[in-house]
Design a protein around this ligand. Structure first.
Ligand code: TZP
Ligand code: MG
Length: 233
């Protein structure tokens, strides 16, 4: 899978906590979400030990490959290497981008979390393949978020990045995304500068899919809402 072919439209971030996953099997939930149309998956698990991360990561990778969807690992470059998946997603407190790139090589997908324009600019200049910008709204899934940007704040980061860095980086928004606010997020963060459209390439979701009673249906609804919002922009 060529790294430049990846589609950020509907980005699923997993969660293994009982509050969100309940007693469901993570692989079943991810497979259902893939059937519903998720375009990229990040295995995010802050509690399992390394052995478990590698075991579950390999299972998830097998499933994602059947759907030709890339799998990224949150935080852990070593686990991504052990799983042999498409890449990682790193935050500001994780291994730095340059070292991660050295370890993973040019073909890996490396995404970086950015909560401010400064963080976004650095990640972009270093060559991150995409940015995860957030939090858009406050969320019980991650309570240590530094800033709540709102759709307008996300739009401001995207506009300020435009033309400031060597290449146009792609971006997803994350934090508090629900079916009822997808349209507002995509429209509220979109703008146009000198004829070029500036906006999010997709949205990243944890609980609204991972905790859904029917993750396939939930993912399908999100994909339709994203497509509809794109028509409107
Ligand atoms: N980073 C910023 S907010 C967030 C992460 C991982 C959690 C988003 O979770 P949810 O359930 O989609 O609001
Ligand atoms: Mg992290």
């Amino acid at each position: 899978m060529g790294k430049h072919a990846f589609d950020l439209s509907l980005y699923l971030v997993t969660d293994s906590t009982p509050e969100i996953l309940g007693n469901k099997n993570i692989c079943h939930v991810v497979e259902a979400a893939l059937k519903g149309g998720v375009t990229i998956v990040q295995y995010r698990d802050k509690t399992s030990d390394t052995g478990e991360l590698v075991r579950v990561g390999r299972e998830l990778h097998k499933i994602c490959r059947r759907f030709k969807v890339p799998l990224l690992i949150n935080d852990r470059v070593d686990v991504a290497l052990a799983v042999g998946c498409e890449g990682v997603h790193i935050g500001q407190d994780d291994m730095d981008y340059v070292t991660a790139r050295k370890l993973l090589g040019p073909d890996a997908i490396i995404g970086v979390s950015a909560g401010t324009l400064e963080e976004a600019t650095v990640a972009c200049d270093q060559g991150a393949d995409y940015l995860g910008i957030g939090a858009i709204y406050s969320t019980a899934t991650k309570t240590n978020t530094k800033r709540i940007l709102g759709p307008e704040g996300v739009g401001e980061v995207l506009r300020s990045l435009h033309g400031r860095t060597a290449h146009d980086v792609r971006a997803v928004g994350i934090g508090g995304v629900k079916l009822s606010n997808v349209g507002a997020i995509l429209r509220g963060s979109a703008s146009e500068i000198e004829g070029s459209k500036i906006g999010l390439d997709g949205i990243a979701i944890v609980s609204a899919i991972m905790a859904a009673s029917d993750p396939e249906h939930a993912a399908g609804d999100f994909l339709s809402a994203i497509k509809q919002a794109r028509v409107d922009i």
